[in-house]
Unconditional design. Structure first.
Lengths: 384, 311, 357
């Protein structure tokens, strides 16, 4: 499958009072079209930072120091790091979308569901919508001509003029003025009915019961699961190529989580997007993902097919992680000694070596590179 | 663990608080305006402390009586004898503003100190217990809030009889509701925190919970508001003195000095700024005092805001 | 009728028909228009030394039940018997079912019913029961040093004073795997796992018998979770503690619990020994819950039962079985009457008219 995203040697640092936090130290990752890639790691592993970096939304005091983020847009692989803010704004919400852990935090409490989803449409699909409206207007004008309704025809032609202006330059003075004047501003009704149609359609796609009613609700009137569906609706409104899901079910109940995961799987098939699924829950990874990347302290330590990872984990951290999860057979959990290292002053060489049961001399000196050790199975460890 | 002397234990226990203090100081260093504010306040504090040295009193047992050099109503410009000139009635302006600094600090500290204490007590009780106690206290504060600060203060002072003490009492009565409200709002939030409930589960008494858990976490906005109010109180006190409701005639107080200049703000035609020193000099002292505290209040807010702290 | 599991002499904590309602006020005069029935008649018996796990989703009332049991919330109705001898309990239920002896009944309840205790007596009881919260960040006072946080219970109950407090605090910290350096620091200087250890140390300060653990590992990283779970196991063994382990993570339950109870909308729907619960789940909700947990095995062919709808709010619940609206097996009878919690066999209790055999 062709590559959709290619991250090469990404280095991201945060300049804080306590020191320079070396969040990502040379991350290499590829996402193919149509696949679900899981990113597993704990706090400080850098998985969220990676996600934010793809959208170039790393919050200050963070900075992308170096590296490439290649994204296939309009047939070419573009390095997003080099693109300007204008370009990125077009990409975000349109080609790449993100859903977050806390749906109540991602939704603006003072706007209805309709307002928030339609915003996405308005920003990215404006031309399409206006053209739809214009087409309808044309046919109505024809109809008016036939019925010899002169006045109606004249009104419709005025509307056509305003919409044409909106198409060319939506923030022109004329357009903005027309939106304020009492009777004239009714022309917006057509546009809004178009948008409403789309919004209700996408809410229905999310398996939200009573989509028309929900569209007019405020976020606080919905339950957690519904809110998350709305957030997903916002993200998928413009059929993005890449959907980044950052722990989308962590704050939801187990039964609701099951529903949401099913939904994401179904939508991925329908919309044909790739999904970057970030989580710390290995159970979800097993269920949802095609390939898995394991991250630790700012590096990818293992990358393979989901089956490979569970059946043949190679990196000591992955192995330890699998042994630390409670499962029916475990008599006693084997915790991983030590704690996650400080990213301001990380251990030299391999960042996992202080906690690794299999460490060797070389591990504290040289940082291991990601190597293909088995077929399509990369590991960054000196054991191999 | 070796047996440590009480002094050694004290030193080790203080360590973490010192660390936090150092962190705060670092943050102050980063904000130039706060340093300016601190400098201004220190400047005034030094003047207040050294008042007897800078302007030796003429009446040693009544240092606040401004020495008069005659009884002529016309102010005289700055000269050798009177560095800042004299105001109406020949009161020495220099003496007045130097000792007025002491008055300003006294009034500000007493008023703000008392209102903070009253506000904390009433506000934390109202916020922590809620229910009918809360309702009663809040309705009382509502009554006080219905009147503008200055008007209410004027009413009280007139009732008590004009003097500096009355001014302070009146201001305390007028000012405490704001603090009560503020603390109550913070307490309402803090009391829902898990660690407060945890303290309850341990069996701590209400009093202990309020004093050790709730208050230390609600105190930030109070510090900010208190430092801003130091300046505001002086302004209102000055206004009251200007209207003649404050200190008696001849008392060293900035408001007094300003009130003396009432008739001399504009000089004779042709020389409108002839008596500028009567207005400008006390005015500048008031201005910088208030400015210093405002800057300090801003600095506190920036330093103490827990969300901004760990950036 | 209260189901009592396990050996009769060793029940440490028992609740009978425990209810906790939160009033909803409405209207201009703030009249009581209804109740949120967070806990609606719960009978539980926890044996000494066991780890009793309470499972359910958000809104089912498990946290409320845990807090009410140790009187952090005041119960609306019902009895809480903490370390009360069996014969007293029997006498009380005898008196309740008869007409006479009301004076004696009142006296007994006044002395033994935790739900009725007040003031000093209640505070003394608090030494014996403690709670560890889910979020270690918000459960520690950010302005207090670790030494003061862990030492507070000792001071409040006058167990030690002065320099002795520091020594005891140090010992407690060692027990949970921390060191002397950690004493004079603020909570924000620690990681999540360490903060939870501090919270556990605080809970152990008064040598309690009973500890309520409210999702103690949910907010902690996976690799550290194992450390904390092992620590809790060790502490339980070493100090003969009894746990009420509240969680929604069934994998953890499978590892650490002795008995499991599933809650839904304020009522217990199923209760059994752990092995039994996982081997033969009888209630439709429990079955759906157990099947929803993502299993870390990509080969596992899960027949996941995906329930329709969401957990409804516990305000004005229907008269019949609470789960009926979402139950794929519901029948007429389920709508009309609430099924009682009944013993099936060998200590396995279900509240369902048509349990899945």
């Amino acid at each position: 499958m062709p590559k959709l995203v290619g991250i090469k040697d990404l280095i991201v640092r945060f300049y804080t009072y306590e020191g320079v936090v070396k969040a990502l130290e040379g991350v290499n990752l590829d996402i193919e079209e149509g696949e679900t890639l899981g990113l597993v790691g704990e706090t400080g592993s850098g998985k969220s930072v990676t996600a934010f970096s793809i959208m170039l939304l790393v919050p200050p005091p963070g900075k992308i120091e170096s590296g490439k983020i290649l994204f296939r847009e309009q047939g070419k692989m573009l390095n997003l790091v080099e693109q300007g803010e204008e370009f990125m704004r077009k990409i975000r919400g349109d080609s790449i979308s993100m859903i977050f852990q806390e749906p109540s935090a991602a939704l603006n409490p003072v706007y209805t569901v309709y307002d928030q989803i339609s915003e996405s449409f308005w920003i990215h699909r404006r031309e399409e919508l206006i053209k739809e409206v214009l087409k309808k207007l044309e046919s109505e004008i024809e109809d008016a001509k036939r019925r010899r309704q002169g006045f109606r025809k004249w009104v419709l032609e005025q509307e056509v003029k305003i919409y044409a202006k909106m198409l060319k330059n939506p923030s022109s003075l004329q357009v903005r003025a027309c939106q304020k004047i009492p009777f004239i501003k009714n022309f917006r009704k057509r546009l809004e009915s178009e948008m409403r149609k789309r919004v209700v359609e996408i809410l229905r796609d999310m398996e939200i019961p009573n989509p028309e009613g929900v569209a007019d609700r405020y976020p606080h009137e919905l339950s957690g699961g519904m809110q998350q569906r709305v957030v997903i609706a916002m993200a998928l409104a413009c059929s993005p190529k890449l959907l980044i899901a950052d722990e989308p079910t962590t704050s939801l109940d187990v039964t609701v989580e099951a529903q949401i995961l099913d939904l994401i799987r179904k939508l991925k098939r329908e919309y044909g997007s790739s999904v970057l699924f970030i989580t710390h829950d290995l159970g979800i990874i097993a269920e949802m993902c095609d390939r898995v990347g394991v991250m630790y302290a700012g590096n990818i330590v293992e990358l393979a097919n989901v089956r490979e990872i569970f059946e043949n984990p190679l990196h000591p951290y992955t192995i330890a992680l699998l042994e630390a999860i409670p499962s029916p057979r475990a008599k006693r959990l084997k915790p991983i000694e030590g704690t996650i290292p400080s990213l301001v002053d990380p251990p030299p060489g391999c960042r996992f070596h202080p906690r690794c049961s299999k460490r060797m001399d070389i591990c504290s000196k040289i940082k291991p590179e990601l190597k293909e050790v088995r077929k399509k199975h990369w590991v960054a460890c000196h054991l191999y | 663990m070796k047996r440590q002397t009480r002094w050694q234990r004290f030193k080790t226990n203080i360590q973490p608080r010192i660390k936090e203090l150092k962190f705060s100081l670092r943050r102050i260093r980063g904000s130039p305006l706060s340093i300016v504010g601190i400098a201004i306040i220190l400047f005034f504090a030094i003047i207040a402390i050294l008042a007897p040295v800078l302007a030796p009193p003429e009446y040693p047992d009544k240092p606040y009586r401004i020495p008069r050099d005659g009884f002529s109503p016309t102010p005289r410009p700055p000269s050798e004898k009177h560095q800042f000139g004299t105001t109406e009635g020949q009161f020495d302006i220099y003496y007045g503003v130097i000792w007025g600094t002491r008055t300003a600090f006294t009034v500000a500290l007493m008023v703000v100190g008392a209102t903070v204490v009253i506000g904390i007590i009433l506000g934390s009780i109202a916020g922590y217990y809620g229910g009918i106690i809360d309702e009663i206290i809040m309705r009382i504060t509502d009554i006080f809030f219905a009147f503008p600060h200055l008007i209410l203060a004027m009413a009280f002072v007139t009732a008590f009889g004009a003097s500096l003490d009355s001014v302070m009492k009146a201001l305390i009565l007028v000012w405490w509701p704001s603090y009560a409200r503020l603390i109550r709002a913070e307490v309402l939030t803090v009391r829902e925190e898990d660690y407060v409930e945890a303290a309850k589960s341990i069996g701590s008494s209400d009093f202990r919970i309020i004093v050790k858990h709730v208050l230390p976490n609600s105190i930030y906005p109070i510090l900010v508001m208190a430092s801003l109010d130091m300046g505001a109180v002086v302004l209102v006190a000055a206004a009251l003195s200007f209207l003649g409701l404050g200190a008696p005639v001849g008392y060293a107080d900035w408001g007094q000095m300003a009130s003396f200049s009432r008739n001399w703000i504009v000089g004779p035609p042709g020389e409108p700024l002839a008596y500028w020193y009567t207005v400008v000099i006390p005015g500048l002292f008031i201005f910088f005092f208030v400015l210093g505290w405002n800057l300090l209040g801003d600095a506190f807010r920036d330093i103490l805001d827990p969300k901004l702290r760990r950036r | 009728m209260s189901p009592v599991l396990g050996d009769n002499m060793s029940v440490l904590m028992e609740t009978q028909r425990l209810k906790k309602y939160f009033p909803i006020t409405g209207g201009v005069f703030k009249r009581r228009v209804g109740d949120v029935r967070a806990v609606d008649g719960v009978n539980i018996a926890i044996d000494r030394g066991e780890c009793f796990s309470l499972v359910g989703e958000s809104g089912c009332g498990k946290t409320t039940l845990g807090k009410t049991m140790i009187r952090l919330l005041d119960p609306t109705e019902g009895h809480i018997f903490f370390d009360v001898p069996e014969d007293i309990k029997n006498e009380i239920s005898r008196l309740e079912n008869s007409n006479g002896g009301q004076e004696r009944l009142k006296a007994l309840l006044h002395q033994y019913d935790l739900a009725k205790l007040k003031g000093k007596a209640l505070r003394k009881m608090r030494r014996r029961m403690q709670i560890v919260y889910q979020d270690p960040t918000s459960s520690l006072n950010p302005r207090m040093l670790v030494k003061d946080i862990v030492g507070e219970p000792l001071i409040v109950h006058k167990i030690s004073s002065g320099a002795e407090v520091e020594e005891r605090v140090l010992q407690l910290l060692y027990k949970v795997g921390l060191t002397e350096d950690h004493m004079l620091r603020y909570p924000h200087e620690f990681s999540g796992g360490q903060r939870q250890r501090i919270a556990i140390a605080r809970a152990l300060a008064t040598n309690p018998d009973f500890v309520v653990l409210d999702e103690p590992t949910s907010a902690i990283d996976v690799s550290v979770r194992a450390q904390i779970l092992n620590l809790l196991q060790d502490l339980r063994r070493d100090f003969n503690l009894t746990y009420l382990f509240i969680t929604h993570d069934l994998n953890v339950v499978r590892y650490i619990a002795d008995k499991v109870a599933v809650m839904y909308l304020g009522k217990i729907v199923e209760m059994a020994e752990k092995k039994e619960m996982f081997r033969k789940t009888l209630h439709p909700y429990s079955r759906a819950l157990l099947s929803s947990i993502p299993v870390p095995d990509p080969e596992a062919k899960r027949k996941r039962i995906v329930l329709s709808g969401e957990v409804p709010s516990p305000v004005n619940p229907p008269p019949g079985c609470r789960f009926e609206p979402r139950c794929p097996y519901a029948k007429e009878r389920c709508k009309k009457e609430m099924p009682p919690l009944e013993e099936m066999k060998g200590g396995h209790f279900v509240a369902c008219y048509y349990p899945l055999m």
